[in-house]
Write a protein that binds this ligand. Structure first.
Ligand SMILES: [Zn+2]
Length: 421
């Protein structure tokens, strides 16, 4: 089954807006209370009640809370239950060592809540407008530039710098078909995305232009009195520009990944996590031969391209996504297989010290990545790489973007990737 997301700006009436803010507040409160309970009181809970503090137990607690507290009772119960379920998932993932432990949600940052698809209805009004029916909120007008495809599995309402929006996660039918062929992708420095067939993709110039505007706006917001009207305005401008930049980047990522997956059924990428790469710039060195200053530059590029986003898109658009260990792909000769860091002359060019092969460094790496995907070297973490990736997120899964933002920032249970020499 494949899934697709559709996001629409909402235009709620003032009364609806206050219910939405209240629902977000209650869900945040429920999350924070449940987190605190799990973190600090689980032992006492077990001693007093005799049962383990899990999702089911916390749902019972929620029912009790709703009976006692009027404003919790006033909003959708399922939205609050969804918060408990996401917390439960976050805990399970953290205990398995796949992610850091979840943190508290903050007002003004975590302003969202989720309904089940069956609770939500969408009706088109005209070419541009539709209305969305949300539990306890009612029919809310939404700007609908493109129609929903498939059955709604989940609806997340969130507040952004631009106002409220709804994201509908929809089941769009059977899995992707295999178009055949295979391609390796390298995330380079000189070229953000390089395919093993020589095609390269660069970010649209607009992204860095907006980046320039953001820096200017930040400069303005750093001047002036804290808490002043002008300061607030400047901050708002920064937030709006950031949201715009994210949309431009996302659009580009969609175009790029669609173009790649239309041509190739199998896509091979590096399994290096962006998180680890961005961390190591502080002092440790990821790969011999890459110094920290270069690394910092590399990080900027990687963060700028939004590799994680591209990876997520590829995971549901490609028929098969293979992740390989990327160590030494930039130092290995794609012609003779010799590994030598001296072959990597600089960021852009590769000249093999053994056979004399010359080529673009990113292309050379992309070819190596493709080769590793076709005949995978089984190393730690890559043994599962040949299994078919699920065609998309499952209905209940939390949004990967949100998960990253809320869960992985601290990385408390993350060990340094490499021992210091
Ligand atoms: Zn060579």
């Amino acid at each position: 089954m494949s899934y697709r997301g559709f996001t629409y700006p909402l235009k709620p009436a003032p009364a609806q807006e206050s219910v939405m803010a209240q629902t977000a507040g209650v869900c945040r409160l429920v999350w924070n209370l449940a987190l605190e309970q799990r973190r600090d009181h689980w032992r006492r809970y077990r001693a007093v009640t005799g049962s383990t503090l899990n999702f089911v137990a916390q749902c019972r607690e929620l029912t009790a809370l709703r009976k006692e507290v009027e404003f919790v009772n006033a909003v959708s119960q399922n939205a609050a239950i969804y918060a408990l379920r996401s917390l439960d998932r976050a805990y399970l993932q953290a205990l398995k060592g796949e992610a850091g432990f979840p943190g508290f949600r903050k007002r003004g940052v975590h302003e969202s809540f989720t309904f089940y698809g069956r609770e939500v209805r969408v009706e088109k009004i005209n070419a541009r407008w539709a209305q969305v029916k949300l539990p306890k909120i009612g029919w809310v007008r939404a700007r609908m530039h493109r129609a929903v495809v498939g059955d709604i599995a989940e609806a997340t309402v969130s507040r952004t710098a631009k106002g409220w929006q709804v994201s509908l996660l929809c089941k769009t039918g059977p899995a992707v078909t295999d178009v055949g062929g295979a391609v390796g992708i390298d995330r380079g420095v000189a070229i953000p995305l390089m395919l093993s067939d020589g095609t390269s993709f660069a970010l649209p110039a607009r992204v860095s232009k907006i980046g320039e505007q953001i820096r200017k706006a930040q400069h303005h917001s750093s001047r002036g009195l804290r808490g002043s009207k002008r300061n607030a305005l400047a901050k708002r401008r920064v937030a709006t520009l950031r949201a715009l930049q994210a949309r431009v980047r996302k659009h580009w990522a969609h175009e790029t990944t669609t173009s790649i997956t239309r041509q190739y059924g199998t896509v091979v990428i590096e399994s290096l996590s962006t998180k680890i790469m961005t961390k190591s710039a502080a002092g440790s060195i990821e790969e011999p031969g890459v110094n920290v200053a270069q690394k910092r530059g590399l990080n900027r590029v990687i963060l700028n391209v939004g590799w994680r986003q591209i990876e997520t898109m590829l995971s549901y658009k490609a028929y098969r996504l293979i992740k390989v260990d990327a160590r030494y792909t930039s130092q290995t000769c794609s012609a003779c297989g010799t590994v030598d860091k001296r072959s990597r002359k600089n960021q852009a060019s590769f000249v093999c010290t053994a056979c004399g092969y010359r080529g673009n460094a990113d292309l050379n790496a992309a070819v190596n990545i493709l080769r590793r995907g076709s005949a995978p070297v089984v190393e730690a973490g890559t043994s599962q790489s040949l299994k078919r990736k699920p065609a998309g997120r499952k209905a209940g899964d939390p949004d990967p973007g949100q998960v990253d933002a809320s869960r992985n920032t601290k990385g408390r249970n993350q060990k340094p990737q490499e021992p210091r020499p």
